[in-house]
Design a protein around this ligand. Structure first.
Ligand SMILES: Nc1nc2c(ncn2[C@@H]2O[C@H](COP(=O)(O)OP(=O)(O)OP(=O)(O)O)[C@@H](O)[C@H]2O)c(=O)[nH]1
Ligand SMILES: [Mg+2]
Length: 307
């Protein structure tokens, strides 16, 4: 019965019926019966996905907001996924985002969805890949995904997005020194936002120096764009750089890397599906402390059928 429903749901999704898109996202989020069949039937599309990441408060949402204005002016349809950190420390900023973006919630060309990060390792929301594919099936002109750059999530987003924009702010001078190599590898475009603040030029210069070795391994220089998102300054440059990436077909090696990242993530999810932490806890509670061997336990847990 669900297969029929899936077909019906998909036919509405491809017509960009927002309610159906939202419903599909919920079905997948809750792993409702048949959601895997539904995913297997989803048509693919080559909607361009823009990933925007960076530290908390760097101005990512403000940038997204400004970018959306430009896209919509050109009659594009846009879907935005904001992945909010679940930490209560960010609640203020989070509410701020909601207020700033609220204008878009009622715009007919815009679909916005906020998600809480539930990944226990601080990564992206577990089903973000699937959500993106649902939005892709709907055939928006652009999909923008905003994530706070913590832990693994920057690397995960690179597997998800066709172009990855890393947003930084001038005051993070030390940040450049300690910038993870991974971040440089995944960034296609660096944005130095809050360029109205002192030290923006010096920051840009340092960033260029730091990136110099990375340039050699890339086919194209990584662009550094200075913006003042709150005043919509530099947004044209950022947009045209994004369009540049959109025009230039990705190399087949990059496509392969992205696809591998996605497949790896999904396989990992599948493999971990029947592993339940509470169940583990219960079983470990019964462990006899003298003769207990964790490796033996894990071996039995993973390979025995009757757990
Ligand atoms: N001075 C200055 N402030 C800015 C600029 N861009 C954004 N802001 C402000 O910085 C604050 C944080 O902006 P957000 O867009 O919410 O930042 P964010 O990166 O989305 O934050 P999180 O989603 O919480 O990680 C807001 O008060 C913005 O108004 C800028 O270019 N210059
Ligand atoms: Mg934000």
């Amino acid at each position: 019965m669900f297969v029929f429903m899936a077909t019906e749901l998909i036919s509405k999704i491809v017509q960009k019926d927002f309610k159906s898109i939202a419903r599909a996202i919920s079905l997948v989020e809750n792993e409702s019966p048949g959601y895997e069949d539904f995913l297997r039937q989803l048509p693919s599309s080559n909607t361009f996905v823009i990933g925007i990441t960076g530290p908390p408060g760097a101005g990512k949402s403000t940038l997204v907001d400004a970018l959306m204005s430009k896209m919509i002016k050109e009659n594009n349809t846009v879907a935005v996924l904001c992945v909010d950190p679940s930490s209560p420390f960010n609640l203020g900023a989070l509410l701020g985002d909601r207020i700033r973006m609220s204008d878009w919630y009622i715009h007919p060309n815009v679909f916005i969805r906020s998600l809480a990060t539930r990944g226990s390792l601080g990564g992206l929301a577990p089903k973000i890949l699937e959500f993106t594919d649902i939005m892709k099936a709907a055939g928006f002109d652009y999909i923008i995904i905003e994530t706070v750059g913590v832990g693994q999530s920057e690397v995960e987003i690179a597997g998800l997005a066709d172009v990855t924009v890393v947003v930084m702010v001038p005051e993070g001078g030390d940040e450049i020194q300690t910038m993870k190599a991974g971040l440089m590898e995944i960034a296609d475009i660096f944005v130095v936002n809050k360029s109205d603040r002192p030290g923006a030029d010096a920051f840009e210069k340092n960033l260029k120096l730091k990136l110099a070795p990375a340039f050699q391994s890339k086919e194209k220089e990584i662009a550094i764009i200075k913006t003042i998102a709150s005043q919509k300054e530099g947004i044209d440059d950022l947009y045209s750089e994004i369009l540049d990436h959109r025009r230039n077909e990705k190399s087949s090696s990059k496509k392969n890397i992205l696809l591998t990242e996605k497949a790896f993530h999904l396989i990992q999810q599948q493999r971990m599906k029947d592993i339940d932490k509470e169940d583990l806890k219960l079983k470990l509670n019964q462990a006899d402390s003298d003769s207990f061997n964790l490796y033996e336990f894990v071996w039995q847990y993973v390979y025995s059928n009757n757990r």
